[in-house]
Design a protein around this ligand. Structure first.
Ligand SMILES: CC(C)(COP(=O)(O)OP(=O)(O)OC[C@H]1O[C@@H](n2cnc3c(N)ncnc32)[C@H](O)[C@@H]1OP(=O)(O)O)[C@@H](O)C(=O)NCCC(=O)NCCS
Length: 277
């Protein structure tokens, strides 16, 4: 049995949060009180993620919102939420939360990731990530490399593609590319038996090996689909090698439907996926 009084003196002060620790010293569960004042983690596009623990929160006072990936939840006194590990989230408002975590929250299992469009100034980071992932593929057939011109078009040409990136401490750790170049799409669409010209493709799905399994690719796909909806595309297409389980699951998780498996002219075997928006 452990008994702890609220100790005003034991706290950690962040930009938009103040956290009071209870120091229960148990590995299975811990508890703290967090005062949120603004957006936490602070900074547009930044999400928190626990790699190991589930985080429950009970709104003790005040109100605000919790955003978990693409969904927003209004919070008021006495509401309770449970955030699973790997879910990306942020708080916003002015509220006091009672916050148990299981297993006990440890700083090394908690990271903050920034999700944003990759701009020209990150060209080198983008190309480094592509080269690093492609030279460490489990199977060379899992990714059909784009040409250098195509990578440059993705970065420089706003009519060609948009790259969504995940950053950890300003380092680009994952990308997903929405390609909508008209000429490129004209070549792709006969494979999918669609006549519409209003199509985009989800491609360039790449995450650094040390950041895999955190559902970064899954979230980047969600952002890509949201973007495709906003841009009013009629169809989203994508392809993955049938044995590339993670590649296929990422697309299926984003709502794309399996269409067929075929061998491309280039000799690559691919599952084709389609989503009508
Ligand atoms: C494919 C890739 C982008 C996935 O990145 P990631 O951030 O680790 O993927 P996620 O954590 O979002 O997981 C994606 C899905 O695969 C599943 N998954 C992850 N690891 C898995 C494993 N070892 N076995 C089976 N499924 C696995 C996840 O559960 C998730 O599915 P779910 O949403 O149904 O739960 C990454 O592995 C990569 O860069 N691979 C090399 C390049 C490549 O193959 N790109 C894809 C071309 S189509």
């Amino acid at each position: 049995m452990i008994y702890k009084k609220f100790n005003q003196a034991e706290f950690f002060n962040g930009k938009t949060n103040k956290t009071y620790e209870y120091n229960i010293e148990d590995n299975d569960i811990n508890y703290c009180i967090v005062d949120i004042d603004g957006r936490f983690p602070s900074g547009e596009g930044i999400y928190a993620l626990n790699k190991e623990c589930k985080e429950m929160a009970h709104v003790l006072s005040g109100n605000g919102i919790l955003v978990v990936e693409d969904k927003e939840y209004n919070l008021e006194k006495d509401d309770v939420v449970l955030i699973d590990k790997f879910e990306k989230y942020y708080w916003k408002g002015k509220m006091r939360l009672g916050l148990p975590c299981s297993p006990a929250w440890e700083p090394q299992q908690h990271i903050e990731l920034e999700f944003k469009i990759v701009e020209e100034n990150d060209r080198e980071q983008f190309l480094n990530l592509v080269n690093h992932v492609l030279s460490n593929l489990d199977n060379k057939d899992y990714f059909i490399p784009y040409s250098n011109d195509e990578y440059d078009s993705m970065i420089y040409n706003k009519n060609y593609a948009t790259i969504f990136g995940a950053y950890h401490k300003n380092k680009l750790v994952g990308v997903s590319v929405v390609i909508f170049d008209k000429k490129y799409m004209e070549e792709e669409k006969p494979l999918y038996d669609i006549s519409s010209t209003n199509i985009c493709e989800l491609g360039g799905n790449l995450v650094l090996p040390e950041y895999r399994g955190l559902k970064i690719a899954s979230f980047l796909q969600k952002l890509s689909i949201e973007y495709a909806i906003k841009k009013k595309f009629e169809y989203v297409i994508a392809m993955a090698h049938p044995d590339n389980i993670k590649g296929c699951k990422t697309l299926e998780g984003a709502g794309l439907n399996y269409l067929k498996t075929l061998k491309l002219q280039s000799g690559y075997l691919r599952n084709l996926y389609l989503l009508k928006l």
